[in-house]
Write a protein that binds this ligand. Structure first.
Ligand code: HEM
Length: 457
């Protein structure tokens, strides 16, 4: 039998003396390291040795090949996957094989096209509520406000309402507070995340927050079982009564959807506000489009007619979303372990290697994109066919294939509608002309948030 390594070359890699530094930094502050490694060694690089072997893969055609490989060529429940401590060992995000398929398919109905379209008026309405709250605090002229926490609250509100209904939405603040410590923990240095049983530490705090979150979910499950509404669109009720998952599994999927759903989208929203407000004339172009497509604010609030057609017509807002996620994908790297020996981009990757595939590198690939570091939402207009193919392959902020993001359509819809409504109703000026540097290992966000001078239009 031919070895899968037959034609593979050895991964390019930094000299031994530089390895410890790169290994430490890639798990703390990945973006600059990714750029440095690509400049020095190319878009596919090896790091580490022995039990800690890493392959960074950011070359678009190699990624296309990887996404097309069967799921069992990789493992997500691997030793480096620290997410399990926060989302639970029964979460789809850290599962493999039939457990993964069962858990993932149990929540798929939540994202059916019919449900997604039904959320459009609610997303516009919640964005209006967030803008009203801002306007109330800033009645007497422009004030500096950090739009990042504003967006986090808004996105959590939308995710809770869309997946778990109005009743749980009343507890959005409480839920947001219970996610803060786990998210800070995931962003802390790897050494602080080593398992230990000690009380009064951040890890013990994360466990306590998770218990409190589980109690909220148990409460909701009990209510739905006692008095089912029969609504097939209520995800929690479907999970509560259909018996496909145990209660522990349900809790883990709920925490996963909330955790994966709001931090990523709100970090992207913060980048979107930066990129848009720093690009000459873009805010006013977005405003003109929103005025035309969403209609006058007062009328659309009195009776919302927003639907999937509206969303499709917000073409500039959609390109702004695509361009932001190209340049600033919320997950700069995403891990999966090679479960077999394989070859990617012509390089050998041995079983047990932790593959960090990178949407950040693919989104800035100099072959796929012209002037990759320039934010230009119009780059997607009138692409030549060969350029279209290259950019389709290189735009992977939500992954591809059988492990792609289950919430990709919800996230894209939220981001498109929110930026359109913000531009329609607010004047927004950045407080500085320097786009901040990225921070975040699990979720890539702008350092210092998104401080803007904001006024009602
Ligand atoms: C801008 C927003 C978002 C980005 C950039 C994003 C990105 C990603 C990426 C790259 C993956 C695949 C990682 C891999 O290959 O292992 C992923 C998986 C996932 N995402 Fe998202 N995501 C976003 C929003 C959401 C939302 C709104 C939800 C749900 C409400 C969600 C839920 C999930 C889940 C559950 C998975 C795991 C899927 C599986 O393991 O089968 N994400 N996301």
């Amino acid at each position: 039998m031919t070895s899968p390594f037959a034609d593979g070359r050895r991964l390019p890699h930094p000299p031994l003396s530089k390895q410890p530094g790169y290994l430490r930094r890639i798990f703390e502050d990945p973006q600059p390291v990714l750029d440095e490694l690509r400049a020095a060694y190319g878009p596919i690089v090896g790091l580490g040795a022995g039990p800690v072997r890493l392959a960074i893969v950011g070359e678009p055609t190699a990624l296309r090949a990887m996404f097309a490989m069967p799921n069992d060529a990789f493992r997500w429940g691997h030793k480096f996957n620290v997410l399990g401590f926060v989302v639970g060992k029964g979460s789809m995000i850290v599962s493999d094989g039939s457990d993964h398929s069962r858990r993932r398919s149990s929540v798929r109905s939540a994202f059916s096209r019919r449900r997604l379209n039904g959320w459009i008026p609610m997303i516009v309405d919640r964005t209006d509520a967030a803008i009203d709250a801002l306007a109330e605090r800033h009645v007497d002229g422009p004030r500096e406000v950090d739009l990042y926490p504003v967006g986090r609250h808004l996105v959590l509100d939308i995710v809770v309402r869309s997946l778990f209904g109005e009743r749980l939405a009343a507890r959005t603040d409480e839920i947001g507070a219970l996610f803060q410590r786990p998210q800070d923990y995931l962003e802390s240095a790897a050494v602080r995340q080593l398992p230990h049983p000690f009380p009064f530490t951040r890890r013990a705090g994360v466990r306590a927050d998770r218990r409190a979150m589980d109690a909220i979910i148990d409460d909701e499950l009990a209510r739905r079982r006692a008095d089912p509404s029969g609504d097939p669109l209520d995800v929690l009720e479907t999970l509560a009564v259909d018996g496909s998952l145990t209660d522990a599994e349900i809790r883990d999927q709920v925490v996963t959807l909330l955790g994966a759903g709001f931090d990523t989208t709100s970090a992207t929203l913060a980048w979107m506000v930066w990129c848009t407000s720093l690009t000459d004339g873009l805010w006013s172009r977005l405003r003109s489009e929103a005025d035309r497509v969403l209609g006058p604010v007062a009328a659309s609030r009195a009776q919302s007619t927003a639907d999937d057609r509206t969303l499709a017509d917000l073409q500039l807002a959609n390109r702004v979303m695509r361009e932001t996620t190209r340049l600033h994908p919320a997950g700069a790297i995403a891990p999966r372990e090679a479960a077999v020996d394989l070859t990617l981009g012509g390089y050998r990757i041995s079983k047990g290697t932790l593959i960090l595939w990178s949407a950040h590198l693919a989104g800035r690939d100099p072959v796929a994109w012209t002037d990759p570091l320039v934010f230009d939402p119009d780059r997607f207009v009138d692409l030549a066919p060969e350029q279209q193919v290259l950019s389709d392959i290189a735009w992977v902020p939500f992954g591809r294939g059988a492990r792609n993001c289950v919430g990709f359509a919800l996230a894209q819809m939220e981001l498109t509608l929110i930026i359109a409504r913000l531009a329609q109703r607010l004047d927004v000026q950045p407080v500085t002309s320097d786009k901040p540097r990225p921070v975040g290992m699990v979720v890539n966000r702008p350092r210092g948030g998104a401080p803007m001078r904001v006024a009602a239009r």
